[in-house]
Design a protein around this ligand. Structure first.
Ligand code: AFP
Length: 330
């Protein structure tokens, strides 16, 4: 018997609340938007949606046509869900208030509509990330930003969708990590990876080594250990340049993904709220770990919607060895 994403969300939510439909309706918006996005991604060159628009986003990056399409599609689908009060996106400087003063508005959703934009035009795997928070207690509707400036530990659900050889949605609602593959013949996300556990030990490391001259020395020493077999085996390198794709492999095959701070990005390159937080939530739920080199990503108190962070995420063994290196550094 197949299990669809909708069925699974209802079952999962019945475990934690007496109104299982709120999140189910929210996830139906996510499923609809990501199905529309994947349809455009798969036909991008055929529907003239490759290339950029002459706009620079809040990150200082040239926006791709698919970035804009994905962003608008997600905002539109989520705006139709009255349980969502605040929407925040990598592409928008400020949070978007969509009825956050209404008592029905219970959630905030933060997302990167298309992670890995540099890979869009070359048909390499890209993705969408999302992170869901509950309305802050005592909220009077006058501070929209506070709905999203919550530590990762407060996420009630998070996940991503990869648009690769197949379209796979991976999410957690705090009870393990589950993967759903889009069946184009049914138009439904079907449960294919139930209760994913990150292997304690892997065979791959993932980092953009082109920047190794700019990394903290301790990171280069750790990479050397991975390469030379000092940790008991020689690791192989994989780096797609789309964090969701590199994390998806790490989640299923184990190993470690590292994006340290660099001289150009002294606070890290990846964004805390819509890149590191959802990934950290999933990693912890799957038995792995995620840190910024000093503390768990999930314990970081965000101060800005688009703040950046170093990210180190992986299986138990590799993370323990990495932290042993960090401690040796002190
Ligand atoms: P965009 O989503 O803005 O394209 O950035 C992708 C990303 O944040 C992350 O997915 C990659 O791991 C990282 O940037 C790749 O950046 P470099 O190519 O500079 O290493």
């Amino acid at each position: 018997m197949i299990t669809t994403l909708q069925q699974h969300v209802v079952q999962e939510q019945m475990r934690i609340s007496d109104s299982p439909n709120e999140l189910q309706w929210l996830f139906s918006g996510l499923a609809l938007a990501t199905k529309m996005i994947q349809a455009q991604v798969r036909r991008a060159a055929l529907v003239n949606i490759l290339g950029s628009v002459d706009e620079i986003n809040v990150q200082g990056e040239i926006q791709q046509k698919l970035d804009v399409y994905a962003n608008e599609t997600l905002i539109e689908c989520f705006s139709l869900r009255e349980s969502i009060g605040i929407i925040a996106s990598e592409e928008n400087e400020h949070p978007i208030a969509v009825g956050h003063t209404s008592p029905n508005a219970q959630y905030a959703i933060v997302f990167d509509p298309l992670d890995g934009s540099s890979n869009i035009d070359v048909a390499v795997t890209i993705g969408t990330t999302f992170s869901i928070f509950r309305r802050p207690e005592g909220d009077k509707g006058d501070e929209p930003l506070q709905w999203v400036l919550q530590p990762g530990r407060k996420q009630i659900a998070a996940g991503y969708v990869v648009y690769g050889s197949s379209t796979v949605l991976v999410y957690s609602i705090g009870n393990g990590v589950h993967g759903f593959t889009l069946d184009p013949s049914l138009g439904s996300f079907i449960l294919t990876h139930e209760n994913i556990r990150m292997p304690e030990r892997g065979a791959y490391y993932s980092i953009n080594e082109a920047y190794c001259h700019d990394f903290p020395e301790v990171c280069n020493r750790f990479i050397e250990k991975l390469k030379t077999g000092a940790l008991g085996r020689k690791y192989s390198l994989r780096f797609v340049g789309s964090m969701v794709a590199d994390f998806h492999r790490t989640l299923l095959r184990g190993g470690i993904f590292l994006y340290p701070s660099t001289t150009s990005f002294p606070n890290g390159r990846l964004r805390l709220l819509y890149e590191a937080n959802p990934i950290a939530f999933l990693a912890e739920q799957a038995g792995g770990r995620a840190t910024d080199g000093k503390r768990n990503i999930s314990d970081v108190e965000p101060k800005d919607l688009h703040e950046r962070t170093p990210l180190f995420v992986g299986g138990k063994f590799e993370m323990a060895e990495f932290e042993r290196c960090l401690r040796a550094e002190i």
